[in-house]
Design a protein around this ligand. Structure first.
Ligand code: UD1
Length: 425
């Protein structure tokens, strides 16, 4: 595994371009399963998760090619596909669960390995399975696999009320509903921009979906869908990470191919912290001319504050003026990285799903370890303002969400290099 070696103290300034959203691209690749023929998806980031999803689709019978230069994936879906997602792939990437809905819809069955817990929490699947059962499917748990069978005549449209606006459950039921018999209503649906993206692609394919972007999705089943060419929505979490990078280093970054409306609360919080944010034709510019003021945040489903930006904001609060309370409402394990941040001298106390951060005037460089994608990003941001050298270990986590992170940071003026463990020994 590689490490990032960072010398803190640089002020970041310049321009960055944001690619397509990881959390959308992976699902759009699964959506392709719903239509035999050739689907082309653009703005698919060059990350290992895309490679894993491509391998999963190949095992289901598809031919998949990915061109990293054009960030385009081409998926050829045969008339008949397999219905098993193996544990060796699902355990490497939880988003593999996205094939569940399309498999049941296309083949009437799915054997999908249970992903188990991960570094940010337990992450249940009960809402996915309860929804499919309401649509007439039988669901059993056999030898570590979720085994699903649709009725012989296919899934039956029905009303499903989600206990919580789960992104994954909304996606599963959406993809299961588009070719079901009759009308499927998903009440209390998630409305993240990535869900809207999936809906838009499905509509382009011939699906009938009303209420896109709202809590109530009404899906009228159609008999078949057509393959299409589609471009992924830009990655709001990557854009938000750049925004924090500007704020924490008192820098000036212009972020291209970003939709500031998808980051409304996060950018508003940064303005409260003292940043100047202006929309541009292609995204936004963020400038920070003083030490940030500490800001309280509470993570919530979209349009609330995104949990995937929580570690980056904890890093910001660690060097801010004053104290802040950060409340994590989605993933119970997300504060694990706080111990790593403390190694840099951050003063953070956690109690259940609350973290109290007392801002320090500076941090002190040290070796730390990334525990997941966003924790890794938070640690890099902290390293940028820490005194001396910070080495961030296990950067393969960061690579899963940020393409060429260290190269882009270098272009903005950061002193950061990637080293392989072999170079260190
Ligand atoms: C997705 C994103 C992740 C983001 C999250 C919330 C991907 C690959 N990942 O994850 O980056 O942080 O949305 O915006 O797109 N839950 C249940 N039962 C269920 C489903 C979910 O209890 O059936 C719980 C989870 O354990 C978690 C919460 O609901 O505590 C939110 O999960 P969900 O919205 O489904 O997130 P993911 O789709 O896993």
């Amino acid at each position: 595994m590689d490490v990032f070696r960072i010398q803190g103290g640089a002020r970041l300034a310049g321009e960055v371009y944001v690619s397509g959203a990881k959390n959308s691209s992976l699902k759009l690749m699964a959506v392709a399963l719903l239509a035999p023929g050739v689907t082309t998806i653009h703005a698919v980031p060059n990350i290992v998760d895309v490679t894993i999803m491509a391998e999963l689709l190949r095992r289901l019978g598809c031919t998949v090619s990915y061109d990293a230069t054009s960030e385009t994936v081409v998926i050829e879906v045969p008339e008949v596909i397999e219905h098993r997602a193996d544990y060796d792939l699902v355990r490497r990437m939880r988003a593999s669960i996205a094939v569940l809905g399309p498999l049941v819809a296309r083949t009437g069955a799915a054997d999908v390995a249970l992903p188990g817990g991960d570094a940010i929490g337990s992450r249940g699947l009960d809402m996915h399975t309860a929804g499919l059962e309401r649509m007439g499917a039988t669901v059993t748990n056999e030898h570590g696999y979720l085994v699903v069978h649709a009725p012989l005549e296919g899934l039956i449209g029905t009303q499903v009320f989600l206990d919580f606006p789960s992104v994954g459950a909304t996606e599963t039921l959406l993809m299961a509903g588009v070719t079901a018999n009759g009308t499927t209503v998903i009440d209390n649906a998630a409305r993240e921009p990535e869900i809207v993206d999936i809906c838009n692609m499905l509509v382009r394919m011939g699906a009938q979906i009303e209420g896109i972007g709202s809590h109530l999705l009404t899906i009228t089943g159609v008999s078949a869908l057509n393959p299409v060419e589609y471009t992924t929505v830009s990655d709001r979490i990557v854009a938000g990470t750049w925004a924090v990078a500007a704020a924490i280093t008192q820098g000036d970054i212009t972020v291209h191919n970003a939709n500031p409306d998808h980051l409304a609360i996060a950018l508003e919080k940064l303005v409260t912290a003292g940043a100047i944010v202006n929309k541009t034709g292609t995204g936004f510019r963020i400038q920070m001319e003083r030490r940030p003021t500490a800001i309280d945040i509470a993570t919530l489903p979209y349009p609330g504050f995104p949990t995937d930006l929580q570690p980056q904001f904890i890093a910001l609060n660690a060097i801010a003026e004053g104290s802040a309370m950060v409340t994590e409402n989605l993933f119970e394990g997300r504060f694990r990285f706080v111990q790593e941040l403390s190694r840099l001298g951050a003063e953070v106390r956690t109690d259940g799903h609350h973290a109290l951060i007392r801002g320090r005037t500076g941090l002190s460089g040290a070796p730390v370890e990334a525990t997941d994608i966003r924790a890794g990003a938070g640690l890099v941001l902290a390293g940028l303002v820490a005194d001396g050298e910070t080495t961030v270990h296990a950067v393969d986590h960061i690579d899963r969400g940020y393409v060429n992170f260290e190269k882009q940071l270098t272009l903005l003026g950061a002193d950061i290099v990637r080293e392989s463990i072999a170079d260190l020994s």
